[in-house]
Design a protein around this ligand. Sequence first.
Ligand code: FE2
Length: 278
Amino acid sequence: MTRHETISLQPRLRGDYSATRADYTLDQHHATIPEADHATWRTLYARQSALLPAHAARAYRESLARLDVAQGVPDFEAASAQLRARTGFSLVAVPGLIPDGAFFEHLAARRFPVTVWIRRPEELDYIVEPDVFHDFFGHVPLLGEPAFADFMEAYGRLGQQADRIDALKPLARLYWFMVEFGLIREDGGLRAYGAGILSSSAETVWSTTSPEPRRLRFDITRVLRSDYDIHRIQPTYFVIEDYAELFACLHRVPALLEQARDAAPIPVGEADPADIPA
Ligand SMILES: [Fe+2]
């Protein structure tokens, strides 16, 4: 899930926002997490990690292995200490989705907000709001990749800028397609690195192996103009060659955001004459 938009679509969020600080963070209280929640984590982790060798990007797999979190809901402080040493990122605990402004501020300071609660056992396959499994398993490993970490920090700063020019909607497409649903070419094959893909078993297999979805060469102009649907498996993915190209395109984004804000979007799943297949 992206944090943009979804928060305004959901007036009743599951998390407890009563104990948050002004920046929407709270304490994780790792020691008091119920055993049932750790068991849910282990079930999700075991199922999803079995798919990773064939479908997930190398940097993601290596970083996840280093984090060593197969045994239960991770301790955010321990993970933060490791990430901080590698890329300067740390994790902060939040009750769930937080407002865009607070989210951008955390990213710009190299802090990544991670939801504290985990889905119920009957929700293993799909959940509308991001939980700790999505946020941690999906997003945290790649925060240990230096070029991707640079991109995430810069995205936070861009968010603050986009808000001022009323261009959050096109900017959210960059997060959606490249942070949640991004693919990378490795050794001639397609691998997933996006958090929305890697926290879903069905989408992990579909995005990398099905002949059906449209897979396009990453093009920032195209991404900023592309509508998406949060409630279905994605019909369009963008493929990068390396993480550095995400950061490298950002100097063009402020001008492109204004264009994308004022242009007609490309409808979900549709082709555009300028498309370059990946
Ligand atoms: Fe997410």
